[in-house]
Structure formats: structure tokens, C-alpha cells
Design a protein around this ligand. Structure first.
Ligand SMILES: [Zn+2]
Length: 294
């Protein structure tokens, strides 16, 4: 395994700085030391895919900060591939297509998309037909978005989700089968470590299941006994980070180490959390580099 987790592959989501606008968030991510960033595609950051003047302003802000936009997180909430109503689904495909174009304009490589809805957004969420409707909507949306991703030269990454329901495509087992039907260059997977354990799925096993289609990470810690998608700084919760890093190595993971941290466990400021995450990411990548040179 060569170059996995190189230093310039450490990234931080602007979600860590939701207390300020996107420009200020980018400045803070850069100040913490990160060379790369994940841009949150919703309020308070990029609530609409930008064009023209606003896009140029964002590009110059990135340039001035010395940051590259590694990933864009498409808007969340109801913006999922598997919208169980056709009108809802068509609207989402339109929005997500615009975010693929926006990401390409920023030279971002990957766009994170949620495959299925949180049941709280689904009318009659327990209706027996919902599971089938979601199962059919997910590939239908992908069939429309993959050509856009190909044209724009970006990759869609589907994220594992922590919802307590029997919807399909929540974990890596099903997601891996889904992405295997689509081209590697346009579709991959992103592991959210905290989402995995919130559903009591071992994040290391989920990484192994994602295998060679794993192209992104959302690193966050959760409580061991009562995990609740906490988004704590890695090592401040109950996850086994040594095992997680080992799994990433074992699948020859070569994408970014992206921290998705926004809750302070010990009263840290957003700046302190970002700076601690950077130190952690750096030590992890150096640890791997040392092992490789032995
Ligand atoms: Zn995530």
C-alpha cells in the first residue's frame, strides 16, 4: 500500500464551523492546518449551488486560504436518491445534478450523497409499500445522475446512514452490491464511522465490506454504550480507532481522511476541535508512513 493517508489527504468538513459563513469557515479550516476541505452544501454554508460572481468569490477564498475543495457534501434532509414519491424524487435529482456541476466547478473530486431518507421526512413512513418504493427510487435516481457525474468528471459517494428503521441501503453490505453495478469512476462509498456504530454495525467491518469502492471517510466518534451520531472528535468516544485505521489499510484506502466533527465533549471551541483533528490526522498518516518505510 503506497501513499495511503498521505499528509495532504487530511480534510475537515465545514460542518465544524456552522457558527459562521462559508468564507469564515474555510479560513478556520485552513488555520487549523488542513490542506483540504469538505464543503457543506446547505445552510449556513452553500445552500444553493453557486454560479458566476458567488462561485468566483468562493474560488478565490479557497485559493487565498491555500485550500483545495476535496469533497462537497450535497444537501441533506429530504435530498436523497431514494425519495419514495416520484415528484419529490425528480426534484431531488435536479438539485443533486446542480451540486455535481458546482463541485466540478470547484475541482472537487467527490460529492457525498445520502441514499435514503430519514423516516422523519417520509409521510406514512411505516407504510408497507415504502420499502419497495425506496428500493426502486435509488437506482432510478442513480441512472439519471451517473451520466451527469461522468460528464462533469466527479464521483458520487454514497454514505452509510444511522436510521433506526428497516429501509434498504443503510449499511455497506447493500450499498456495495448497489455500487458494483455502476462505474468505479462515477460511484463510490463513504464510511461514516459514527453512523455505523449508532446502528451497532462495527465501523471496521463496514470498511471491509465497502472494500475497493471506499473512496471517502467521515471520521467522527460516538459513545460506545449509547451511540447517538455524536460527531465527537475521534478518540474522545468509544470507537476503536486502531482497528478502524487497520481496516482502512487493509482495503488499500487511498482517499482523504475527512473529519466530520461538530460537537465538543470537553468544552473545546470549534477552532480547538479542528486543530486537534488536524494533529490526529497528521499523526495517523505519519504512523502509516513510518510503518511503510520499515
Ligand atoms: Zn457523515
Amino acid at each position: 500500500m503506497i501513499n495511503t493517508m498521505a499528509k495532504n489527504q487530511i480534510s475537515y468538513s465545514t460542518v465544524g464551523f456552522r457558527d459562521r459563513n462559508v468564507q469564515k469557515a474555510l479560513e478556520a479550516v485552513a488555520k487549523a492546518g488542513f490542506p483540504q476541505v469538505e464543503i457543506l452544501g446547505q445552510e449556513p454554508h452553500v445552500a444553493n449551488p453557486l454560479c458566476e460572481k458567488q462561485l468566483s468569490a468562493l474560488k478565490s477564498c479557497l485559493k487565498n486560504c491555500g485550500l483545495s475543495a476535496r469533497t462537497v457534501h450535497a444537501p441533506l434532509k429530504k435530498n436523497v436518491l431514494g425519495a419514495p414519491e416520484e415528484e419529490w424524487r425528480r426534484g431531488v435529482v435536479n438539485i443533486l445534478g446542480n451540486y455535481l456541476r458546482f463541485a466540478a466547478a470547484l475541482h472537487a473530486k467527490d460529492v457525498i450523497i445520502h441514499p435514503v431518507p430519514n423516516p422523519i421526512f417520509v409521510p406514512n413512513s411505516n407504510h408497507p409499500s415504502i420499502i419497495n418504493r425506496i428500493s426502486e427510487a435509488v437506482p432510478r435516481s442513480l441512472d439519471q445522475l451517473i451520466p451527469v457525474a461522468a460528464r462533469e468528471g466527479v464521483r458520487i459517494l454514497l454514505e452509510n446512514l444511522p436510521y433506526p428503521c428497516n429501509y434498504p441501503y443503510l449499511g455497506m453490505n447493500e450499498l456495495k452490491c448497489l455500487v458494483d453495478d455502476y462505474p468505479y469512476k462515477q460511484l463510490g462509498l463513504v464510511i461514516d464511522t459514527g453512523h455505523a456504530w449508532t446502528s451497532k454495525k462495527d465501523p471496521s467491518s463496514e470498511i471491509i465490506l465497502a472494500g475497493n469502492r471506499l473512496r471517502g471517510t467521515h471520521l467522527q466518534d460516538v459513545d460506545f454504550d449509547y451511540p447517538d451520531d455524536n460527531h465527537w472528535l475521534p478518540t474522545e468516544g468509544g470507537l476503536d480507532w486502531t482497528a478502524i485505521l487497520k481496516s482502512l489499510n487493509s482495503v488499500n484506502y487511498s482517499g482523504p481522511l475527512t473529519f466530520e466533527v461538530y460537537q465538543a465533549r470537553r468544552g473545546e471551541t470549534p477552532e480547538q476541535l479542528a486543530s486537534l483533528a488536524y494533529k490526529l490526522g497528521k499523526s495517523w498518516s505519519e504512523g502509516v508512513a513510518n510503518k511503510q518505510s520499515m
